[in-house]
Ligand binder design. Structure first.
Ligand code: GLY
Ligand code: MN
Length: 463
């Protein structure tokens, strides 16, 4: 945990942003996997952690905006709990660690909320993303599950997004730690990528590195020799010479700050010329994107500039054709890169996505596009100093998508479908992803950059 002053200051800033009523932050509860006592690994809610710091199930934080009082709700361990899980500080002791003066047993929370409701006071909550939280909140207020959503507060969402979007020095230090774990995970995966090994052997080893550093994965590992499937969680294939292995993975530190990197490497350690040609386009798209990052630049523009590098590179190889600017305007490159350039990152790997992607990545000036490809861009608005974002361009040859576009004549004036189908249909996919801090004047890669050039990757795989 950070020092208690960090949490006191964060709550103070939040209070200044909202007008009145109560703010409720429900911490997460244990979540059953296959029976109640066999729970998934506990993961605290990120916004609860941001303002109340405590990484323990069954807590709630309440802020009364009118009186200024802050409360921690929880339940002291009984002797049965202590026998099962060991001793635990009392709720008053936990509250002291985060500078909260008032405590109550969790069962009293319903009284507080119902009293506020009866007095027609606003109760602000963030969007619910777990069924358990909806049930808990509905029970406290004695309302239906559908009615619970009426309490989701746009005013609170905007205030939280404003605060969490800007990472301070302490947070950046945690992100650097997460990146260092990611470095080990990726270089280990590279060294293991030999023909004959199963993807799951590498995926399991990589996940073990995250766990061995006291945290966990920041999202389920994507590791596949079929990297053209963007979120491929199937790890049952044996690696084959000539294939590319795409690994998109990251760690969370014990304080839940994330890393999220992607590297794509040739099984066996040597890129073919054909692989190098595509790889270097993706690398240039990534480097170019990073070079454009600075405060006040709309991330949508950087996405489109990066897309132009991809379209130009594919045109130079005879895979695309025609005018590159027009091709990108019409979204033709999106057959090869159907996703966005990147997203915010912090305590959630897609930071604050639980609050609503458009509240995080878009604003009054930038609305999400409807065009295929561009609509997948999670962050479109202007960058600010202190944002932490990813850059993750890719080129994928997705057989079903290629066949669909050819059959339906989509963007046919920009794509040499016959060449794609004859020469690249079984190529796979390449994505390269880095984590970036927006600085006062530009961009800084978080931590030491994981080997990324063809030479660096081949050298790492040799060792
Ligand atoms: N790296 C996983 C994702 O951004 O979806
Ligand atoms: Mn990512």
């Amino acid at each position: 945990m950070f020092k208690k002053e960090v949490y006191i200051e964060r709550r103070k800033k939040l209070k200044e942003k909202l007008k009145g009523g109560l703010i409720l932050f429900l911490g997460n509860t244990e979540s059953a996997c296959n029976y109640t006592d066999n729970a998934y690994h506990f993961r605290q809610d990120s916004t609860f952690t941001y303002f109340f710091g405590l990484d323990i199930p069954g807590l709630a934080g309440l802020i009364d905006l009118d009186s200024g009082k802050e409360y921690l709700f929880g339940t002291d361990f009984s002797i049965d709990d202590i026998i099962w899980m060991g001793p635990q500080p009392k709720i008053v002791e936990l509250a002291a660690e985060i500078g909260v003066k008032n405590t109550e047993v969790l069962t009293q929370l319903g009284n507080y909320l119902r009293n506020a409701k009866n007095q027609n006071r606003n109760i602000h909550v963030l969007p619910f993303y777990r069924g358990d939280s909806i049930i808990q909140f509905s029970n406290f207020l004695e309302i239906s599950h559908a009615e619970a959503e009426d309490y989701e507060s746009l005013e609170l969402i905007k205030a939280v997004v404003d605060l969490r979007s800007i990472k301070d020095q302490h947070e950046v230090e945690e992100l650097i730690k997460a990146s260092a774990i990611g470095y080990k995970m990726h270089t280990t995966a590279m060294k293991m990528a030999k023909p004959g090994i199963y993807e799951q052997e590498i995926a399991g080893t990589v996940e073990g590195i995250a766990l061995a550093h006291g945290g966990m994965l920041s999202f389920p590992i994507i590791l596949s020799q079929n990297g053209e499937t963007l979120h491929n969680h199937y790890h049952g294939n044996m690696l084959q010479e000539g294939k590319l292995m795409l690994t998109d993975t990251g760690a969370e530190t014990s304080m839940h700050y994330a890393s999220d990197h992607t590297r794509t490497v040739p099984v066996g350690g040597k890129f073919s010329q054909k692989q190098k040609d595509i790889y270097n386009i993706v690398l240039e798209a990534n480097n170019h994107a990073i070079s454009l990052i600075k405060p006040d630049v709309p991330y949508r523009d950087i996405h489109l500039e990066s897309a132009k590098i991809i379209a130009q590179g594919l045109t130079d190889l005879g895979i695309m054709k025609g005018n590159v600017e027009d091709a990108v305007r019409d979204g033709a490159h999106a057959m090869f890169m159907p996703h966005g350039l990147g997203h915010m990152m912090g305590m959630d790997v897609h930071d604050m996505e639980g609050l609503g992607e458009d509240h995080v990545g878009y604003d009054n000036e930038f609305k999400r596009a409807t065009q295929f490809g561009l609509r997948g861009l999670r962050l479109g608005r202007r960058l600010q100093e202190g944002f932490v974002i990813t850059t993750e361009p890719g080129i994928y040859f997705i057989p079903d998508l290629i066949k669909k576009w050819k059959t339906e004549n989509i963007n046919a004036k920009y794509i040499n479908f016959d060449k794609v189908l004859d020469e690249y249909v079984d190529f796979g996919g390449i994505r390269l992803e880095d984590d970036i801090l927006v600085t006062e004047t530009g961009a800084q890669i978080i931590g030491k950059r994981i080997p990324i050039t063809v030479e660096e990757v081949e050298e790492t795989m040799k060792s």
